[in-house]
Design a binder for this molecule. Structure first.
Ligand code: PLP
Length: 456
């Protein structure tokens, strides 16, 4: 059977999903609602809609509707770079000498270089439909800002990106992609917001942080007429849009009668993993199938494996809503790690609930072992993986090596979220042997968790 499976399983254009799947509808224990940090009460549409587009607020708050139609304009845009291929990693299997069958869903085949475009285009569409002038957002290493600027260019929306200052200066390439697509990119902290000015007064030499950039972007959205704020991960709406990944994966596997045993994804805020696994988790929740699902996070920012399941702020500035999630504390600052997209202190509330309920597993991996996996993957499979994606590769390789020991012919599917062409500084430090693994101590984590807001 396996020799009949092509190297790449492509789907037809008409097999791109026409609906997103909302896994919350099948969850008995729903994720906890977002709370207003001032009142401690669940946030409703009225409170969320000055910040986010209205339709996106509806998606955010809806835990019951199982399927949302994907508007035709979004389907049309998806056709430019989807369906994405599901690749059988024959060469990796051979290099490992494993009896396991390994597949990866490859999301890097677009200019933004990652899965983030799947949600960016949806968020831009709803902003346009609402008649807004533009959106504001933050970006760290730049993947999300790039995706959002592409999506805004497509719909003729203004796009204002607050880019963490050190990235703005050290990673000019993604910045230039964003500007090419017409986005206005401002290094954060900046003098254009109150939050930024205050911070610069206090710490004139700061190189910025994601938390600060979020606070600036939210302020910019709420102080300009016709603007809303958009976010690239963590939120339920983002996870919903990312289910195109999992739905396509399932269609492709079903075509060849393949049933995965293990599904693996890297977890930063949880959107790609949530999107990949949602249809499979839905089957588990309905008692139709069983899978092992593994979230892989960096040992330097181990929200699932060493964090606490509690209400916390989503941003360092403590102005965003409170979410109940696995968190290291909003004031936790992970050590320098090259997987910028995985340096978030918290985790999607949906995945947090699933992890708490024992439906998904999690593990943390160290940076150098991640790059060893990335190097092997690049050499045998041809694609230079993003450092974030390489966390999933590491775990997939480890599972395949276990199969080699036991002789089990398991089927492993992992999400290859993006390509690493803009992450060559990280590869440089790996190649030079200067990469280190800095893991937070128990007391550092405890100190940060002691500052969680007191709720419940
Ligand atoms: C942003 C990003 C991630 C992590 O984000 P999630 O929301 O956890 O999916 C992973 N891989 C790449 C390439 C990214 O850009």
């Amino acid at each position: 059977m396996s020799d009949k499976i092509p190297y790449k399983i492509y789907l037809e254009e008409n097999e791109i999903p026409r609906q997103w799947y909302n896994v919350r509808a099948d969850m008995k224990n729903k994720p906890a609602p977002l709370l207003n940090p001032g009142t401690g009460k669940p946030l409703g549409l009225e409170e969320l809609s000055p910040i986010f587009c209205e339709e996106l607020c509806r998606q955010e708050l809806d835990s019951d509707t199982a399927y949302f139609d994907i508007p035709e304009e979004i389907q049309a845009f998806y056709k430019m770079y989807r369906p994405s291929p599901l690749v059988r990693a024959y060469f990796l299997e051979k290099a490992l000498g494993t009896p396991a069958h390994i597949y990866y869903k490859s999301e890097g085949n677009n200019t933004s270089g990652s899965h983030k475009l799947n949600s960016a285009i949806a968020q831009a569409y709803y902003a346009k439909k609402q008649g807004l002038k533009g959106v504001t957002t933050e970006t760290g290493a730049g993947q999300w800002g790039t995706a959002m600027s592409m999506a805004c260019a497509y719909f003729g929306l203004d796009c204002q990106v607050f880019m963490v200052k050190c990235s703005y200066e050290q990673k000019p390439f993604r910045r230039e992609v964003m500007r090419t697509y017409g986005a206005k990119v401002t290094p954060s902290p900046s003098l254009t917001t109150n939050v930024g000015r205050k911070l610069l007064e206090e710490f004139p030499d700061t190189t910025g942080s994601l938390g600060c950039a979020i606070s600036e972007a939210v302020e910019a959205a709420t102080t300009q007429e016709g603007y809303r704020y958009v976010l690239g991960s963590v939120l339920n709406q983002v996870l919903l849009h990312q289910t195109v990944i999992g739905l396509e994966t399932k269609t492709a596997l079903d075509k060849y009668g393949i049933k995965p045993d293990i599904i693996i994804g890297c977890a930063g805020g949880g959107s790609n993993l949530g999107g990949l696994v949602s249809p499979f988790v839905g089957e588990m929740l309905r008692g139709e199938a069983d899978y092992r699902i593994i979230a892989v996070e960096p040992a330097s920012c181990p929200s699932f494996t060493r964090g606490k399941f509690a209400y916390d702020f989503c941003d360092t500035g403590m102005i965003c809503p409170l979410a109940k999630m696995y968190t290291l504390g909003s004031q936790f600052i992970p050590s320098a790690n090259h997987a910028g997209g995985l340096r978030f202190h918290g985790m999607s509330t949906i995945l947090s609930q699933l992890y708490y309920d024992g439906i998904i597993e999690a593990r943390a991996v160290e940076q150098t072992s991640v790059f060893e996996a990335a190097e092997l993957f690049a050499r045998v499979e041809g694609t230079l993986p993003a450092p974030e994606s390489s966390h999933a590769i590491r775990a997939a390789i480890d599972e395949a090596l276990k199969c080699k020991e036991t002789g089990e012919e398991k089927t492993i599917v992992f999400g290859l979220t993006g390509t690493g062409y803009f992450d060559l500084k990280a590869y440089e430090s790996f190649n030079d042997g200067t990469m280190s693994d800095v893991i937070p101590t128990d007391s550092q984590i405890a100190e940060s968790l002691a500052r969680l807001p007191k709720i419940e």
